[in-house]
Design a protein around this ligand. Sequence first.
Ligand code: FE
Ligand code: FE
Ligand code: ZN
Length: 278
Amino acid sequence: MLTIGCHLSSSKGYLAMGKDAVKIDANTFQFFTRNPRGAKAKALDPKDISAFLAYAADHGIHKILAHAPYTLNAASADEKIREFAKNTFTDDLARLEYTPGNCYNFHPGSHVGQGAKAGIDHIARLLNEVLRPEQTTTVLLETMAGKGSEIGRDFEELREILDRVTLSDHMGVCLDTCHVWDGGYDIAGHLDEVLDRFDRVIGLERLRAIHLNDSQNPLGAHKDRHAKIGQGHIGLDAMKRIIRHPALKDLPFYLETPNELSGYGEEIRILRELFQEM
Ligand code: FE
Ligand code: FE
Ligand code: ZN
């Protein structure tokens, strides 16, 4: 069975997200832990969470994926920005324990001129400060398109972060198909080779989630503009091979395509059909 969902707005709480997911035949979803461009998180509502957990169990939603806000830059040279990242991270990890056993995805950050090495050191230091042995949440580094000074533009940079984290059992990777494509990995023409490379550099056992997006730009463009499934440069045939690949088919897939709820529902319908086709 394909585990697939999309990014949903968290503004109405967990139960509302669960119901939206079920409406479009999704069995997982992604959400921002707080306003993606802001800092403030809404207070958690314990009633909403327990209602959601019961609803999710009833409707076959076994995993969800939290996404950190875009404003979080753990790689910044500015101590205040790193402090903000640390506080946000700590608060998010504490909140996520109310929905235990899920994943928390974040963009490693941008080094903004210091060089990747310095940025990677900052990111690893933050992770070593915020991870706790007892946490049940797995923290995921997202593969990035490499626009500007983004860290995570290749698998090696993610490996370097993981190597520096002490509690690395709590760490994994989320592969964004648009981002790796824009980063120069040909998942349309050479999926097996890209996954082999991922396995050699990072290890496929670290791969915990897939952001399933087509790309508005050609291979290696370093742009990061998502396209609807089958309407970009990656294409529908490649999407079919991705969701059915033996190394990927049991992972949760998350759409971050430019869609409203009904558009996501249509993509999920198409992908479920492709998954089942002989
Ligand atoms: Fe992301
Ligand atoms: Fe993504
Ligand atoms: Zn993106």
